[in-house]
Design a protein around this ligand. Sequence first.
Ligand code: ATP
Ligand code: MG
Length: 468
Amino acid sequence: MFKRLVSVYLIVILIIFVVLGVSMLKMFENYHFDKKSEALIDAGQKLNSTVIKYLNNQVSYERLGMEMESTERFLNAKIWVVDKMGYIYGVSSKSETKLIGRQLTENDIVKVLKGNIIAKRGDYDEYFDSPVMTVGIPIFVNGKVENGIFMHSPIYEIKETLKETYKIIIYSILISMLIAVALLYFISQKISKPIMEINKITKVIASGEFDKRVAIMSKDEIGQLAVSFNHMAEELNKLEEMRKGFIADVSHELRTPLTLITGYVKGLMDVELSEEKRGEYLDIIYKETGRLTELINDLLDLSRMESGKNILNMKKFDINELIRRNIVNYSNKLEEKNINVEANFKHDPMWVMADKESISQVISNLVDNSVKFMNDGDSLIINTDIKENKALISIRDTGIGIPASDLTNIWHRFYKGDKSRSRQVSGTGLGLSIVKEIIKSHNEQIWVESKVGEGAVFVFTLKLCDNA
Ligand SMILES: Nc1ncnc2c1ncn2[C@@H]1O[C@H](COP(=O)(O)OP(=O)(O)OP(=O)(O)O)[C@@H](O)[C@H]1O
Ligand SMILES: [Mg+2]
């Protein structure tokens, strides 16, 4: 991450500096050239009057030469004076006397003799070894061009001054790159360290230590990631706990009937066992294997529903009829306990759209619970009604009721209220979780109201269907 950040930033910095540096240098260069040509033109104007005096024979050729020489020294520029035909007749430096008498035919020189001031940079290979900047000034006498002054200053002198600027730019590039690298190192450390920390903890959690958490307190995106990560770890932990609990519950539920079966099978092996006892033992074994099958079936149902693989067979049917049939199925148990059964159907028939088999299981599970937790002579009241365009089915009993603290737990798998009593009352605690899953898969609601000693009422909704 650090390397990638650094290379991107350095490239950006480099591009910025190169673009900036090149344009700044161009600006400086132009500025220097302008300044130099101004100075040269200025000096040329001064020489102008001396040349005119010379032409009027007011000063000597030597005097003109001396003045040119001092200007050359002052400005570091070779100076030529030419006549109107372009022949050089005066030079500022002794070394150039060989040029005297030579005719200049270059374009820009002709321009000067036509009355223009010129200033240009370029090569005069014929006369100078290195590039020069040249300024040419026409000399007028009575409004006509009579002579011209040319001044050549070597360009390397200007380049020399620009070298300083180059240096400054290069130094600033280096310094800012150093600062950038340092800052980037700091920033990327700040970013990558917590990510590495999360990475490390992920591996630890993946290896099964679900209680590990990331300790990052920052409020930025990384901090948020850490919070989400910890939340995920928390959920994983809960899931793991649930899984462990589930296995423990299942093993426990399986062990009790299996122990009983093993015990009675051992008893059956006794050759001296009476025929009567043998029948009794077989009866118990039969009941316990039945319980085991029921438990396995319930578990399979639940897991199918929870994985969303349960396909509902939605059909239109009369819910009142289904309730009647369920009550008939339970009539033996209801009579055994002397239970008063009351059914109030506001609309009869009441058509609903649902999976009939599953809803039948819901009703039988709820009625089964009511019967189980009612005392002799209690009442079971089943109502159906329509509210807010929904079928409302309530199953009420006047049994022992459910403590408020249990009202949310009863929906959990294997949850059985009042542990001490649960041995006498059969059941595995799966009934209500199956009920809940069925209603959930129908996208409907189920809820419970209860008070200890006064009984309980379970109410669920179903999708209504038009009559007929
Ligand atoms: N009508 C009710 N009156 C009093 N308590 C109830 C009633 N219905 C459920 N409960 C409480 O909720 C618990 C969970 O019910 P659930 O139907 O899930 O399990 P179960 O009846 O114990 O076993 P299973 O239904 O698997 O045979 C019960 O053990 C009981 O404590
Ligand atoms: Mg039950």
